[in-house]
Ligand binder design. Sequence first.
Ligand code: SAH
Ligand code: SF4
Length: 414
Amino acid sequence: MPIPGHVDPVPVPRAITPREDGRVDLVGLSREQIRAELATAGLDEKQAKLRAKQLFHWLYHRGETDFEKMTDLAKPMRGWLAERFIVGRPDVVEAQISSDGTRKWLLRSDDGQDYEMVFIPDADRGTLCVSSQVGCTLNCRFCHTGTMRLVRNLTPGEIVGQVMLARDALGEWPKGSMAGFGDADEAEDDDAPQYTTDGRLLTNIVMMGMGEPLYNFENVRDALKVVMDGDGLALSKRRITLSTSGVVPMMARAGQEIGVNLAVSLHAVNKEVRDEIVPLNRKFGLEELLQACADYPGANNARRITFEYVMLKDKNDSDEDARELVRLMRHYRLPAKINLIPFNPWPGAPYECSTPERIKRFSNIVFEAGISAPVRTPRGRDIMAACGQLKSASEKKSRAELDRLAAEKQAALG
Ligand code: SAH
Ligand code: SF4
């Protein structure tokens, strides 16, 4: 079996390509990229810069998709934009709600790739679990996503698009006047109510959906930069967590260039077991991984690294495993929080979940050593939305079949 683990093994589909109708989707673009697109389309430099700033705010702060409603743009400009650009959203193939309130959306890209996002409401927060790839190359043995055959990196637009769609679905875009922003003297609609930004449902983002975010580093970075921009969606880096299965060479860059909270899918404390359940360990071993965690920029006692640990019956759940986990955390002096995840089953999975007593005991050993070790309550299991259960139907089509469909589509377009 080939050992997975090239740093970027997945083709990036495209940077900015027009859609079939020739228009460019602005979602996912930075202010600078929007400016460049406007300049290429013919606006002079000053105009391009000013309009880019306005568009950025309308897109990401207000969630507006209709140029006609962008009231501080002159009317002819709105028409000009609509001929050349769109503000898109991923297509929703299916939306489901779990009995515990967790929501899952199956989304489809322009080229027919399916991926999922999950929203997990809690009393004090709402967390959106965002995908970074269609499928995953890494084949962790306990993970459903890892069994998907097709993999492609999601573009920044598709990553940001998930957050935009969630805001749409939760009805969370601020309403009201744009007075005071940009060239407000052009504004035509001033009687709308003032917008408010508090009381949000979507407060946190975790890059824990399908895919390995550090195998799609640049797109994930660019997308999160847009999501964190104070003039737009404005989510704080402290409310965003990126989870990696251990792509060591990219971890320092993630800290420097993105700066969000880090979660690491540890899942085992020795080479033998980790090699088996997280095959990437054969490429980047435990010592290297834990050292990269110790070196992660910005990690300290106030901003701990989360170590995810899936509880697999008779595989990684003994008292000895718990004690070894504590030893490793101490040895590398890691500001750590251990997140114990009861294994979420899926059809054909080769493991079982540890018993509740075993999980409790494991948690206690870690906790008594002074390290926080909460057990994650499974959410959305009934709609297969829990950790490691995501797997879209797109894998049912082979690569050849997809190529054939793409060719047919092309032919149909003439
Ligand atoms: N690829 C990244 C991001 C996915 S995050 C990563 O692996 O870190 C999803 C989390 O759920 C990871 O910690 C993953 O290891 C864990 N997970 C995968 N399958 C699971 C399952 N069946 N039950 C519980 N957790 C699982
Ligand atoms: Fe990929 Fe993460 Fe699943 Fe492993 S656990 S197969 S890295 S999505």
